[in-house]
Each structure stands twice: as C-alpha cells, then as structure tokens.
Ligand binder design. Sequence first.
Ligand code: SAM
Length: 423
Amino acid sequence: MPRSFRIVCQPEQVSLVEDLLRSQGYVFSPEPFSPLAYQVHEQPKPLGSSMAAAFGLIYIQDRSSMLPPLLLDPPAGAMVLDMCSSPGSKTGLLAQLVGPTGLVLANEPNEQRLATLRHNLAALNLTHVATCRYPGQDLPLPEGLFSHILLDPPCSGWGTVERNPRILEMWPPHKLKPLISLQRELLRKAFSMLAPGGRLLYSTCTTNPEENQDQVQWALSELDLQSTPLHFLPGFDDSCTTSDLTGGCMQVRTEAGEGQGFFLSALIREKGDNPPDALSDRDDLPGKPLDMSRYSGSEDIAWANLPAGEVRNFKGRIMFLPERTMDFPLGLRWQGYELGRLQGDVVRLNTRLRLLLPEYAPQRGVNIDDVEELVRLLQGQSLQLPAGQIPSRNKSGPFGLYWRGLPLGWATVKGNRCLWSPR
Ligand SMILES: C[S@@+](CC[C@H](N)C(=O)[O-])C[C@H]1O[C@@H](n2cnc3c(N)ncnc32)[C@H](O)[C@@H]1O
C-alpha cells in the first residue's frame, strides 16, 4: 500500500520541506485531493526516520484517513471539536484546515492515548489545538458551541483487515453491541454540542452496516439532523462508492482503493436560534498570565508567530492558551499548548518549537547546509561549526537550528560545537 503524508509548516516553507525530503532521496508527488497531501514513490529509508519527520514537518497518514477532515471541510477560523481524537491524525489535518485563527478541541479519554496525541501535536507545532480527557458522551460543554464536529468513534475496524488480519477475530459480529450503543451515545452528545446549521462528520474504519449506515439512519430518525450529500474528491473516484441506502453516505473500499476502508456520512443540524450557553469568566482561567519580556532569552523568541491568545505560567510550565479556548465553560478541564518551562528567570522553550524561531540570522542561529550533518546531529553527535557559523552571543544557550534557512528547532551551542536534544 503506498504511503501518504501531509506537509505541516507555514505556506512559505513548503518548497524547503520538499527539498529537505528530496535531499534524502525521497521521491513523491502531490495527491490530487488536497494541497497538503503527498504520496511517496521511493523511500531510501522508512519515511518516519526522515529529517522532515524528525522535525515534525511531515505527518505520515493513510490517504483515506484524510477524508473525514476534508469532507467535514471546516473553513479557516472555524471552531471544531474532534470527539475521539488520538493519535491525532485527523486532529492535525483539521488544525491545518482551520488555520491559526480557528481552534480545534481534541478530546481523548484514554490517558496513554491522550499523551500520544499531545506528543504528536507538540511535534507538529499546532498551537491552536487544545486537548481534554473525557468520555465523549460526558463532555461538559454547552449546547451549540461548535460549528463543526468530527465523530470518529471506536469501531470494529474491519476496514483495516489488510494491515491487521486479526481484527475479525477481535471483533466478531456478535461482539459489536456495546460498540453500537457507545456510537449512538456519542452521536446524541455530538448533536447537542453542534451549533444550529452546524456540520457533523461521522466516520468509521469498519465495513459493517450496523456501525455505519444503520447508525446514520438511527441519527436521522432520533435527532434533529439532516443528511447532506458528500462529493468524491479527486484521486478517490475509483475507490469510492456512495451508498444508496441513506444517500449521504460514502464507503471507501479497501480492495479497489489504495488506503484503508472507511465509511463517512455528513449530517447537518437544523437551523434554529438557540445561542450557546453563557461561557466562563476570564478570571477563572487556570495559571497566571506571564509577561515574557521580563525573562532572559525571551528577546530571541518570535512571540508574534503565535496565534492570538495568552501565555500563562502553570507552576513553571509555560502554557499557551489560544484566544478561543479562553471562552470555554467553567468546569471543563482542558489543556493548552505547552511551550516550555521557566527555570528561575530563564525561559527554556521546548526544543522542537520551530514556530517561534525568528528568521535566520548568523549571530542568532546555526544554519546547516548538508543534510548528513543534520542526521549526525540528531544521532547525538555534536557538530563542529566553521568559524563563520558560530553564533556571536557570548553565553551558551539555545540557538535557532535551520536547514538552508528552514526553521527546525532550538539547539545548544557550546563554544564552537552545536548539540541537539529532543526535549
Ligand atoms: C478510531 S480511534 C480515533 C482515531 C483518531 N480520530 C485519528 O484519526 O487519529 C477512536 C478513539 O476513541 C477513543 N475512545 C474510546 N472510548 C471513547 C469515548 N467514550 N469517548 C471518546 N473517545 C473514546 C479511543 O481511545 C480511540 O483513541
């Protein structure tokens, strides 16, 4: 099965990320269904070990798993809920679609899977995503808060059988009942949190009608939802078939398609005029606002690259709260994006936070030209810097690390040597 990936960076950096991949021998081409997606044709080493992956500039994702966010289709600036989100493949794409003026709230009840989700989001520098940990059916969120909701619930996964042949033993038909009830609870809750006129995308990676078309039929009869037609995206035409049972359903088949099997349906909440419930008071926000200009090292950080929001101190952890999360209701336990830590009066940014690197300037950063040097640096070797490459600041500390001007992260320079630490 061919591998696909998304490029995750600022629009002006895309061609440099493509060059970084090519410099390691990867051959790829754009996917026709999204400007963010690519398909790999040749990989000298697994794509996951590429420098682009190591610095969170690409995310490897099955192409059909990109369909639910693309067909939910939130516009830039939208407020989106991803109810069952780990490991965050779809959350990441949703965040790219809504852009820094939008917001994605990614929920995941399983603690370990939540940690994986946060790790993935941090690597990708997606600062306009907030995370929380609830059973989706118990999310303490008001009616009508979101214009777009993705519900990608636990399912039997029969569509992944090519990759995981044991899936049919794990989820034989007689064991599906609890899954079906949970999916209905989640559908009911999703409906309540959807704004009037809002759009809900229900997706599973299974092929049985009980978890797919039957659930959509149930939602249409029990909830004030209407089905809306989905359109084929270029590149999927041959592998998709619409179900005539409910009209608005799409099934991506494994045998013909190049990705895993998927089922999708888009549902719209009837228009109405019930506004969202009253939201929280800013005084109730967790942590304390942080005036970053007071801290040593802060002057080299491109704070202006953050979306609108507040930087706050949570007992030494520097958290970024996107503007839109500050309106979340009281009682919702959620987490913003961890930028780094305060050590005394020194800011220690997460070394992978390339978003906050200023444009490369010789006195402030290390710019590597040879990709093999980058590989060695990531393998733990220190790199000797040529005389013209030694940043001129006289204290040791984090410096911007760049590849041909492409921001990668924060490295440490000691004397004439450069070191990289992944955290
Ligand atoms: C199909 S996976 C989600 C995949 C994810 N959307 C992605 O694209 O990376 C379903 C997720 O739902 C989580 N989950 C299980 N029970 C849940 C519940 N009651 N509410 C919300 N999520 C739940 C699982 O832990 C799992 O991570």
